[in-house]
Design a binder for this molecule. Structure first.
Ligand code: IPD
Ligand code: CA
Ligand code: CA
Ligand code: CA
Length: 256
C-alpha cells in the first residue's frame, strides 16, 4: 500500500507540472528574487498531499511549500512537489517531483519522476534502485581526473560553511567537466544511473535530497556529509558518489 501510494502521489504531482509547463502560471519570489515559487509548486503539492491523506490520514508530512503537517506517527512523507522550480519557470524541462517515505526516521522508499523525459527513478531500502523499472547502478569510474561531476548552488549565500564558489573553482581548475542541472533530486538520480560520477552541494533541504540519496545508495553509491559521515537528510551539505571517488572528492572539497 505504501509503494502504491508513493507511485500514485508522484504521478499526481507530475500531472500538475505537465499541465502548467510552458503555459501561464503565477510566479512569486521567496526570500531572494530568484528563489521562485509557482502555482505549479503549490498545486502539485496539494495533489500529492491529497493522495497520501486519502490512504494514510495519520502520517506526518513534511513538504517544501506547506512545511510540517505534524502527526503523532513514526511514518513521515518528505515531499518536494517541484524540484527545479527555476528551470520550470524558464521552460527548461529538467525538473521533477521527489517524494520519500521515512519510517522511524529512516528513509525506506523514494521516488523521483521527471515527466518531461518520462524518467521515473525509484528505490526501496535494501531492494536496489530502478529507472523505469530497470535496475540501475552507479558508474565504475575510479579516476577523478576523468570524472564527470555535477553540483548546485544555494539561492541564499548566508550560512555557508565553506565557499561553494571556491570548491567549484578547484574542480574546474582540475579540468573536470562540472555540470549544474538545477534540480538536486535529479542530480542524485543521475549519479545513481551512472551519468554523473559524483554530486556535491553545500546547502540542501530534506525534501531536495530524501528520495535521491536513497536512490544513490541503493544503486551502489555512497552518500555522506563533507566530513565523510553518513548522510542525514536533516543536514545541509551532501556528497554523493559512485563510492570509488568518494575519498578523492572529499579531499578536493575540504582541502583543495
Ligand atoms: C532547488 C534545486 C537546486 C538546488 C537548490 C534547491 P527547488 O530546489 O534542487 O538544484 O541547487 O539548492 O533549493 O527550489 O527547485 O525545489
Ligand atoms: Ca524551492
Ligand atoms: Ca528542491
Ligand atoms: Ca521545490
Amino acid at each position: 500500500m505504501l509503494k502504491q501510494t508513493l507511485l500514485k502521489a508522484t504521478q499526481a504531482g507530475a500531472k500538475v507540472l505537465q499541465q502548467y509547463f510552458n503555459g501561464t502560471f503565477e510566479v512569486s519570489s521567496k526570500d531572494t528574487i530568484n528563489n521562485l515559487v509557482t502555482q505549479a509548486d503549490k498545486e502539485a503539492e496539494s495533489a500529492i498531499i491529497d493522495v497520501i491523506r486519502e490512504t494514510f490520514p495519520d502520517h506526518f508530512i513534511l513538504s517544501e511549500e506547506v512545511g510540517e503537517l505534524r502527526m503523532d506517527s513514526n511514518m513521515k512523507w518528505v515531499i518536494d512537489p517541484l524540484d527545479g522550480t527555476v528551470n520550470f519557470a524558464h521552460g527548461i524541462p529538467i525538473c521533477c517531483v521527489s517524494i520519500a517515505v521515512e519510517r522511524d526516521e529512516e528513509v525506506i522508499m523514494g521516488a523521483v519522476y521527471n515527466p518531461f523525459m518520462n524518467e521515473f527513478f525509484m528505490a526501496e531500502l535494501e531492494q536496489g534502485a530502478t529507472l523505469n523499472d530497470k535496475e540501475i547502478h552507479v558508474s565504475t569510474k575510479e579516476d577523478l581526473a576523468s570524472a564527470c561531476l555535477v553540483t548546485g548552488f544555494p539561492y541564499n549565500w548566508r550560512e555557508m560553511r565553506n565557499d561553494p564558489v571556491k570548491v567549484f573553482k578547484r574542480f574546474v581548475e582540475n579540468g573536470n567537466p562540472v555540470r549544474r542541472l538545477g534540480s538536486a533530486a535529479l542530480d542524485l538520480c543521475w549519479v545513481a544511473c551512472g551519468r554523473f560520477d559524483a554530486f556535491w552541494e553545500h546547502h540542501l533541504q530534506p525534501w531536495d535530497s530524501a528520495a535521491g540519496a536513497l536512490i544513490v545508495q541503493e544503486a551502489g553509491g555512497v552518500v555522506t556529509d563533507f566530513d565523510g559521515y553518513p548522510y542525514s537528510i536533516y543536514q545541509k551539505p551532501i556528497l554523493a558518489t559512485n563510492g570509488l571517488l568518494h575519498g578523492d572528492m572529499l579531499q578536493v572539497i575540504n582541502n583543495g
